[in-house]
Design a protein around this ligand. Structure first.
Ligand SMILES: Cc1cc2nc3c(=O)[nH]c(=O)nc-3n(C[C@H](O)[C@H](O)[C@H](O)COP(=O)(O)OP(=O)(O)OC[C@H]3O[C@@H](n4cnc5c(N)ncnc54)[C@H](O)[C@@H]3O)c2cc1C
Length: 457
């Protein structure tokens, strides 16, 4: 008789958990997986996918404006939030269903319930009063938005979770935060015709991205009609007869119909029974793992946002696949977290891979910068002022490409391909050998001949 009910029990059926459960089950392991909300996790249910649909919906307003320049005449376009929400929810249900089917087809046992650890080999499902034992356990419980405790009236605010289900489109929204989620939602609501204010306490939005990208995006958001307020700290929220009033440490209060905080996410570790199993957290409250995603307990691993390494869907999936290879396929491998490309689906969008200029310069390394900001061809017919930014960061000594940063239409699509070359470690000369594709915006990337020299003022 088997010593345990399962070879592997996975807690959390999001991007990482589903991939690990499916691959391990397909390989012949007996796998159980528990999900307390909906299968698919943050990405499918309240993250990447519904957000991208909202971006698509909101981009039409810009397209309508530009169409006139090309000879189109349209009546006054109108947008129906209810129609959009229904279509989005149908698609999310379909995708979640595919995840369920894939798990079942692979032979994994899916339980729709919360799971907690009782000890290093025992998982308890409190709502069902059921207990399972497992030889190995994978924690893939993701993260959850947090709200600041020191802001009075904070319960009046929503997070990204609720932004996907607003009963009606507000007339005015105030979004708090400078990270990619705040910036993306600012673009979404602005594109849908909502009067949008983005408030951030830092000096500029998109911390961690290249400084030229940050400045460029902030400028373009304002050009598109978003009010961007920087260096501004929230003191409190107050319900008024006409909306929600935001009070700040300095400056005038601002009223909006909806206030959305996108100021942080925390790893989902509360009440998981980690102490009972002896699993340690790091100083940021995330599960501490080694490069193979193994915790300090010999039969417990963790992948994805709950480990707070790079909190992106493809990373959670790759960590999960590496875990299965290491633990079940006798092919030990660690996912390489270097040169992971990422996108911000702001309007205009961003694609970035590798080091920012500031990071590359750290430690006194000499670097060459190649950059350009130009008006894309498409905008010429409707007099668009918008500019596209492209920037390459190159090691001056080895001539190796260290980073690529793009702001403008299709930047997320371009960066996926640029990342292949940069991850492969190619030099600027090799990059330049690639012949341009014409007429495209991307061709500018392979025709950046002269290093940028900072003008002396
Ligand atoms: C608004 C938003 C936009 C995003 N956009 C992008 C994007 O464009 N691109 C990108 O790559 N990433 C994006 N992300 C990040 C991405 O969604 C996450 O990195 C990814 O989902 C992490 O996968 P995961 O498996 O670690 O966790 P999750 O997908 O969060 O899955 C964890 C699952 O565990 C479940 N769970 C938690 N605790 C328990 C328990 N005790 N028992 C049972 N089940 C439990 C949760 O309900 C959840 O379903 C976005 C995130 C947000 C919030």
């Amino acid at each position: 008789m088997a010593k345990y009910d399962y070879d592997l029990f996975v807690i959390g059926a999001g991007s990482g958990g589903v991939r690990a459960a499916r691959l391990a089950a397909l390989g012949g392991a007996k796998v159980g997986i528990a999900e307390e909300h909906r299968v698919g996790g943050t990405c499918v249910v309240r993250g990447c996918i519904p957000k991208k649909f909202m971006v698509y919906a909101s981009e039409f307003s810009q397209t309508f404006k530009s169409a006139a320049g090309y000879g189109w005449s349209l009546g006054k376009p109108t947008f129906d939030w209810g129609t959009f929400l229904t279509a989005k929810d149908i698609e999310i249900a379909r995708l979640s269903g595919i995840y369920v089917t894939n798990l079942q087809n692979a032979g994994a046992d899916l339980v729709h319930a919360r799971a907690e650890l009782k000890d290093a080999h025992t998982v308890h499902l409190p709502d069902r009063d059921a207990t399972y034992t497992a030889g190995k356990i994978l924690i893939a419980t993701g993260g959850w938005p947090t709200l600041p405790e020191n802001v009075s009236g904070i319960d009046l605010a929503i997070t990204s979770n609720e932004a996907f289900h607003l009963k009606s489109l507000p007339r005015r929204i105030l979004i708090v935060g400078g990270g990619y989620i705040a910036v993306e939602f600012a673009g979404i609501f602005n594109g849908l015709g909502v009067e949008t204010t983005l408030v951030y306490r830092g000096a500029n939005i998109l911390r961690g991205f290249d400084n030229d990208v940050r400045a460029h995006v902030a400028g373009e958001l304002q050009r598109r009609g978003i009010t961007v307020v920087l260096g501004c700290e929230h003191a409190g929220l107050e319900k008024t007869r006409t909306g929600i009033l935001s009070h700040f440490a300095e400056g005038h209060p601002v009223e909006a119909d909806v206030v959305m905080f996108a100021t942080g996410r925390a790893p989902n570790t509360k009440g998981l029974g980690l102490e009972a199993a002896g699993v340690k957290l790091n100083e940021k409250g995330a599960i501490k793992v080694d490069e193979f995603s193994k915790t300090n307990v010999r039969n417990i691993w963790a992948v994805g946002d709950v480990t707070d390494r790079i909190n992106l869907t493809p990373v959670a999936i790759r960590e999960a696949a590496a875990f299965v290879d290491t633990v079940f396929n006798d092919k030990p491998r660690a996912f390489d977290h270097e040169m992971v490309a990422s996108a911000v689906f702001s309007q205009p969008p961003v694609g970035a891979v590798g080091l920012s200029e500031a990071d590359a310069r750290q430690g006194g390394r000499k670097i060459d910068i190649y950059k350009t900001a130009f008006r894309p061809m498409k905008g010429t017919f409707y007099g668009a002022e918008e500019r596209m930014l492209m920037k390459l960061v190159v090691d001056a000594e080895t001539q190796r490409l260290l980073g690529c940063h793009i702001v403008g239409d299709a930047a997320p699509e371009m960066i996926q391909l640029a990342a292949i070359a940069i991850k492969a470690g190619i030099t600027k000369a090799q990059w330049d050998e690639t012949c341009a594709v014409h007429p495209t915006a991307a061709e500018e990337l392979v025709t950046l001949r002269e290093p940028f020299i900072e003008p002396v003022l």
